[in-house]
Ligand binder design. Structure first.
Ligand code: ADP
Ligand code: TRP
Length: 321
């Protein structure tokens, strides 16, 4: 199966990205043809600092490699290395009803959060459709918030196919079963746009600071505490098996420990979980040439597929030179 996914390079990656996307990608690469790219064109919708975008792009690549993406098994590249995607984006735009984009939750949410929308933010799902359809992806692993974008992709592909025959493969989205939306420090969905993240790679000090921001109920130290709706508990849960979750629940119910203690525990869990990845990251940071070579190889492979597909699509719509 061809599995494809993209990750935005518009900020430091957080544990929501890990549990919602990266972890399942790493698992996919063993039995599938995994295509994975850094969506730097998409990042432009919100990031206007060139230096930062450049830095984030390479940092995202290093992060993926550190967290287990194996370039021998997978194809990894930077979105902007394959210009065909922008051509397909335009062609698909001509097959995208305005209403389809007007109904996009992610766009509506950002507007509701008072983020001033630009046209790229509005047409974001069309570029995403191009990312997916250009490579005939069959499976697209995404977080819950991106499901609708894959559905929009299917709608656009169907509209195109109706006019030109079955030229595009209809993709299926895949979300991780039990982990859907990872909560941020304020209990809302963890997102870099909302400033409520806990980063995968930070110093112990920053980690402590980010965890310190987690909103908790105010309950006296000796009193029993509720774990069900506790933001700290919900984050700990991601790193614990069932038995360990039970043990933590007991600690909540018993009283005698404050949320501060549970925060320290969460800090230890996160630090330990990403220990090996931190070491790999150090390696890649010191061997940037190796990272560039991996991205060059990936881009070359992606471009070959994209060029072939675009020839067919251009022919179908009558763009002949
Ligand atoms: P952000 O919301 O921080 O901007 P992105 O939109 O770049 O994150 O998301 C990158 C990937 O990580 C997507 O597959 C997305 O669904 C997933 N993801 C992001 N935040 C979360 C979260 N809080 N819970 C689960 N998955 C998430
Ligand atoms: N929009 C996705 C996100 O924010 C990133 C993305 C861009 C993507 N193009 C894609 C994901 C194609 C899957 C397939 O997470």
């Amino acid at each position: 199966m061809r599995v494809l996914t993209g990750i935005q390079s518009s900020g430091t990656l957080h544990i929501g990205n890990y549990f919602g996307a990266i972890k399942q990608m790493v698992e996919y690469q063993d039995d599938n043809d995994l295509f994975i790219f850094i969506a730097n064109y998409h990042a432009l919708t919100s990031l206007k600092d060139a230096k930062l975008l450049r830095q984030n792009t390479i940092d995202a690549a290093i992060t993926y490699l550190s967290l287990g993406i194996d370039p021998k098994k997978s194809t990894m590249w930077v979105q902007s290395d394959v210009k065909e995607v922008l051509e397909l984006y335009w062609i698909l735009s001509a097959y995208t009803p305005m209403g389809l984009l007007e109904r996009a939750h992610s766009y509506k949410d950002k507007v509701a959060k008072k983020i001033t929308p630009n046209h790229a933010l509005f047409s974001y799902p069309v570029l995403m459709a191009a990312d997916i359809l250009l490579y005939d992806a069959q499976i697209v692993p995404v977080g819950k918030d991106q499901i609708q974008h894959v559905e929009i992709t299917r709608d656009i592909a169907q509209k195109f196919n109706l006019s030109h025959g079955d030229l595009f493969t209809l993709p299926e989205f895949k979300t991780q079963e039990n982990i859907q939306s990872v909560p941020g420090t304020d209990g809302a969905k963890m997102s870099k746009s909302y400033g409520n993240t806990i980063d995968i790679f930070s110093t112990r000090k920053t980690l402590k600071k980010q965890i310190g921001k987690i909103v908790t109920q105010s309950v006296a130290l000796e009193e029993p505490k509720e774990y069900e709706n506790c933001n700290v508990y919900n984050l700990c849960k991601l790193f614990l098996n069932e038995e360990e979750q039970k043990e933590l629940q007991e600690r909540y119910k018993k009283g005698g420990e404050g949320h501060g203690h549970f925060k320290i525990y969460l800090g230890d869990l996160i630090w330990e979980h990403f220990k090996e990845a931190r070491e790999k990251r150090e390696y890649y940071l010191n061997n940037l040439d190796e990272v560039m070579e991996i991205l060059d190889d990936g881009a070359e492979k992606a471009r070959t597929i994209a060029a072939k597909k675009m020839k067919i699509i251009r022919d179908a719509v009558g763009i002949y030179r």
